[in-house]
Design a protein around this ligand. Structure first.
Ligand code: SF4
Length: 413
């Protein structure tokens, strides 16, 4: 209880600003002033924005369906249409929500529903599921769909891969010109890439504030504060938001204010969030004096290669070299660096039932990673949206036992 009380006292004040700008973003999708492009969360948003599209991200909607625990009401609708209940629950929940004509966007933001797309763009750098998902909607709305299909699971990204992806990016131009009614403008594209770069570097700094021993931002806070870097990157609004958030968190570090000052162990979260259980997990780790300070998930929107002076190649590289799109060797190297930087004592792998692509615990990587880094790992089973694949009691027992062992190891070492 004492821990809960301390957690209550810690507040990130920028949260109010974030709620406001997210609300304004959603309402801007319904004004009819701009044409709408749907885009994958790690997709070519900068190029779309340069044509003047307002960009909507169905994965963000999937996360909302998970966080509001409405996903389970909608997944059966998609199953009735022939989708397996074992494929990406963002996909099935989103399709089901569309079929039922219901969405939390109505209740939370006063919207009529998800905005109708004029064009749909995807990038399979994260998974092929997005192609199936987005193609369903392109057929429904009878709108053009464009896709980037980069090489996957690479150790290194070479010039050959970058050239290939640049070609695919450029193939989008005529379709975007036709739908938007605007000619491609290189200067505009550069301007959007610059804004995106500035926001993403601020987001990276925000995440790194939790390298402090009294960390000011937990993984669970990060899943909330990442909203603008997902849906508003490439805008001044996102840049301003992360400027303010960074200032607040740096101030907290300077004043030794963190979300769990009494933390005994520092944890890394690997894999997707379990959206419907964020609060439960946050309370559980805090109550056990374990600070979850970093994750692969929140780091997925750090695109530090963006360069407005080389917009095509830099965006192609940044979007192809993301963690989820890499080989196990490259992933282990990235994880080992994060463990060192954030002084991690243990890692929790979320083995997500319906997201094969963002689960790294199925082929023995936790064991190999422990041998490589000395950082012990725990695997918990669950899902991003579909809580039928998650056992709360079993997970709590596993996590509490794991944390006890970590603490004992620390005392003994
Ligand atoms: S990465 Fe996973 S959760 Fe995200 S769209 Fe692909 S399958 Fe779904």
């Amino acid at each position: 209880m004492a821990n809960e009380a301390k957690k209550e006292q810690y507040k990130i004040h920028s949260t109010d600003v974030m709620k406001k700008i997210m609300g304004e973003y959603f309402l801007s999708l319904e004004t009819g002033k701009k044409k709408i492009a749907w885009c994958t969360s790690v997709g070519p948003a900068e190029l779309l924005r340069s044509f003047g599209f307002e960009v909507y991200f169905p994965e963000n909607h999937g996360a909302l369906l998970g966080a509001t625990r409405t996903a389970m009401d909608y997944i059966p609708e998609a199953i009735k249409c022939g989708y397996s209940g074992h494929v990406c629950s963002y996909t099935t929940a989103d399709i089901g929500s569309y079929l039922k004509k219901e969405t939390p966007l109505q209740k939370h933001y006063g919207m009529k529903g998800a905005p109708k797309p004029d064009i749909i763009a995807y990038n399979t750098n994260q998974c092929r599921e997005v192609e199936d998902w987005f193609t369903y909607f392109a057929d429904e709305f009878k709108c053009p769909i464009v896709g980037i299909q980069p090489p996957r699971h690479l150790d290194e990204i070479t010039q050959d891969e970058i050239d290939l992806v640049v070609k695919q990016f450029k193939k989008m131009i005529p379709v975007c010109e036709q739908v938007s009614g605007n000619k491609f403008d290189l200067d505009k594209f550069k301007e959007v890439v610059k804004l995106s770069k500035e926001a993403t570097l601020l987001w990276q700094k925000v995440l790194k504030t939790s390298t402090a021993m009294n960390a000011p931002l937990s993984f669970f806070d990060g899943t909330i504060h990442m909203g603008p870097i997902v849906v508003l990157r490439g805008t001044q609004v996102a840049k301003d938001y992360y400027t303010g958030l960074l200032k607040e968190l740096e101030e907290n570090v300077k004043n030794n204010i963190g979300f769990l000052p009494q933390a005994k162990v520092r944890i890394f979260w690997e894999g997707m969030p379990i959206w419907g259980k964020l609060r439960m997990f946050s309370d559980l780790f805090n109550a056990n004096n374990a600070a979850v300070v970093a994750s692969t998930y929140c780091s997925s929107w750090v695109f530090d290669k963006f360069d407005e002076n080389n917009p095509w190649e830099s965006t192609a590289k940044a979007y192809t070299e993301i963690f989820i799109n890499r080989s196990e060797k490259a992933k282990m190297k990235m994880l080992a660096e994060w463990f060192k930087e954030f002084q991690i004592d243990g890692v929790v792998f979320h083995d997500s039932k319906t997201c094969f692509n963002n689960s790294n615990a199925k082929f023995g990587m936790p064991q190999r990673l422990q041998e490589m880094t000395g950082v012990p790992g725990l695997i918990i089973e669950g899902d991003l949206c579909d809580l039928r694949f998650f056992s709360e009691g079993q997970s709590i027992t596993k996590i509490e036992t794991f944390l006890e062992q970590l603490e004992e190891n620390k005392v003994l070492s």
